[in-house]
Design a protein around this ligand. Structure first.
Ligand code: AMP
Length: 395
């Protein structure tokens, strides 16, 4: 995969797949510009080289053309974030788009209309990809968040630029963070997996068990393991049809010399709400009528010790119902322990859905080494898949 830093884009027209799928309020104003901010470094590199940028992205899930999802709503925010003027064209392919791309000058930025106004985008249509490709001399993919989709603008377009396709800074940062954990991480390597269900994380466990020295399994998914080992879990969530699977994971870990750590104790509630009464219980002896909803004090201490001893840490999934403040202590403690370990030199990657939300909610974002921007793309990478958008840059 070639980096944009290996090339000078002077005088080139560069079509860049960015992920500007940002949230909008009812007045169609951008309420969180972090995805635009994340693409800034790639765009400025090309502009500073003396190239011109043609930006393309999707926004939301429109079924065909729908002005509610027009990228015109983003122009002000992009201009503010980049500190540059942005021309908007109300097509992504077609005569008007071609004319605008033809007329663009070095150091200018052109924003195309929402790619998903064309159903061809999501089905990876060859002809649509060819039309997009005809607008530029070079292709850059900086949309890690959609790299797991074989869409026209992420995977199919790349073949039209055999020697002129590049990975942007954000995409490279994401890929190298994953590699650092999965392939070249300093030992001991620790995986922390939480969240609700074993079933949604099983392919990740299967893949990372070959890469880690130890694994903390917390959150709702821990109870399937505890039950598999003969514990009483009261009303805690459990996937009864995954009990054999849990046992086989424990067996596999033993064979591979990977230590699996389950919580020792849990904070239980008698209701799934902020109003719940709570008790602390050993995890394998939870009374009937009580549901394990967070890691207890002994678990937090154990997790802290393991995190402290690790040099490379991957965290995916909260270890409790962190959305309810009564049950957020375990997840906060994990964030604190990882922050301390990172300060002491460990590399830490937080990736995938709810752990990213937790890190943001409790302000650990700047205290860990890297927080992934790609939910599904990150999860599929942890499952060991090569993402189509990344594969296309390598072929
Ligand atoms: P996931 O998307 O699989 O990472 O799951 C995240 C969700 O798991 C969050 O909404 C948490 O509230 C939930 N969760 C974590 N621990 C528990 C638990 N002990 N019982 C029920 N849900 C949990």
């Amino acid at each position: 995969m070639k980096s944009i830093d290996q090339y000078s884009f002077k005088g080139k027209k560069v079509i860049i797949r960015v992920d500007f799928n940002v949230p909008l309020n009812s007045q169609k104003q951008v309420t969180d510009n972090s995805r635009i901010e994340a693409a800034k470094s790639t765009i400025l590199k090309i502009i500073n080289d003396g190239g011109s940028c043609i930006l393309m992205s999707h926004l939301g899930r429109p079924k065909g053309e729908d002005q509610n999802f027009s990228l015109k709503h983003l122009v002000d925010e992009i201009e503010k974030t980049l500190g540059l003027n942005v021309k908007f064209v109300s097509q992504s392919v077609g005569e008007i788009a071609s004319k605008a791309a033809n007329e663009i000058k070095p150091k200018e930025v052109l924003l195309l209309e929402n790619l998903r106004f064309h159903l061809e985008e999501s089905i990876g249509d060859e002809n649509f990809a060819k039309k997009l490709a005809s607008l530029a001399d070079c292709y850059v993919n900086d949309a890690f968040g959609t790299a797991h989709r074989a869409h026209a603008s992420t995977a199919v377009i790349a073949k039209h630029f055999p020697n002129k396709k590049f990975a942007g800074h954000l995409l490279l940062k994401e890929v190298s963070s994953i590699q650092k954990v999965m392939d070249s991480g300093e030992k001991p390597v620790l995986g922390i997996l939480g969240g609700a269900k074993v079933s949604s994380k099983i392919t990740i466990i299967d893949n990372i068990i070959d890469k880690v020295d130890s694994l903390i399994i917390g959150g709702g998914m821990a109870f399937t393991f505890v039950k598999a080992l003969g514990g009483s879990i009261g009303n805690s969530i459990c996937e009864n049809d995954k009990i054999d699977l849990a046992l086989s994971i424990l067996e596999k870990a033993k064979e591979k010399n990977v230590s699996i750590h389950l919580p020792l104790d849990v904070v239980c509630g008698d209701d799934f709400s902020e109003k719940a009464n709570t008790i602390e219980s050993e995890i394998n002896n939870i009374p009937e009528g009580w549901e394990g909803m967070d890691a207890g004090p002994k678990s937090r201490k154990l997790f802290d010790k393991i995190i402290n001893e690790s040099k490379t840490i991957l965290w995916n999934g909260p270890v409790g119902v962190f959305e309810l403040s009564k049950f957020s202590k375990g997840t906060i403690a994990i964030g604190e322990s990882i922050s301390r370990s990172t300060k002491n030199g460990a590399f830490s990657l937080v990736g995938g859905g709810d752990s990213v939300a937790a890190v943001k909610k409790f302000n650990f974002e700047n205290k860990v080494s890297y927080v992934s921007t790609g939910g599904g793309a990150m999860l599929e990478s942890l499952e060991g898949k090569i993402l189509p958008g990344i594969q296309a840059l390598m072929d």
